[in-house]
Design a protein around this ligand. Structure first.
Ligand code: AR6
Length: 178
């Protein structure tokens, strides 16, 4: 069985094969973790996202889907996987869409042969989901991933505050009992 880690920190400083971005459908940047990742990766990331929009994703990335780009100036990372949480404030309240953000990001990272991944609390900021719900869905997806043959060994959930990390640690305890 692989490792599921809960840490407090800034995801742009992680040393893993893949980091996940909580983007919006436009893929053209925003605030929160999206803003931090674009600032750290530099303008080439935005250029690749613009290319994706004008080629394969003219209507943007739907909630729950995931797509990979390079990591550019984030040198310790090989790829960035972008996913879009459902926006509760826009009436997107189906938790299955949020669960798909985690499972699709993990599947995509595995298809890139990633052995380690860092994931933020997708949906728990601007998009209005509570950490308890997000943590529960995320840890379920991580456990399912690690039950698969060739599943990713090291899955790190990177939380931006001590309070959030405490909620996620409790959710991990509930699922794993250790
Ligand atoms: N490292 C780790 N976690 C972070 C970081 C960071 N550097 N910065 C913020 N967080 P949010 P969402 C946490 O709002 O709810 C953007 O504008 C943050 O404290 O970034 O999915 C996009 O463009 C929170 O717990 O993502 C979209 O428009 C979590 O990351 C929209 O926000 C997610 O908060 C997406 O909203």
């Amino acid at each position: 069985m692989g490792k599921i880690e809960i840490v407090e920190g800034d995801i742009t400083r992680e040393k893993v094969d893949v980091i996940v971005n909580a983007a919006n459908s436009s893929l053209l940047g925003g605030g929160g973790v999206d803003g931090a990742i674009h600032r750290a990766a530099g303008p080439e990331l935005l250029a690749e996202c613009r290319d994706l929009r004008s080629s394969t994703l003219p209507d943007g990335l739907p909630p729950g889907d995931a797509i990979a780009t390079g990591a550019y100036e984030i040198k310790k990372v090989k790829w960035i996987v972008h996913t879009v949480g459902p926006n509760r404030h826009a009436g997107q309240t189906d938790p299955q869409d949020l669960a798909r953000c985690f499972s699709n990001s993990l599947h995509l990272a595995r298809s890139l042969s990633a052995r380690s991944i860092a994931i933020p609390a997708i949906g728990a900021g601007v998009y209005g989901w509570d950490h308890e719900t997000v943590a529960d869905l995320a840890i379920r997806a991580a456990l399912a991933e690690q039950r698969e043959r060739g599943g990713i060994d090291r899955i790190r959930f990177v939380l931006f505050s001590k309070d959030a990390a405490a909620i996620w640690s409790q959710a991990k305890l509930t699922h794993l009992g250790r």
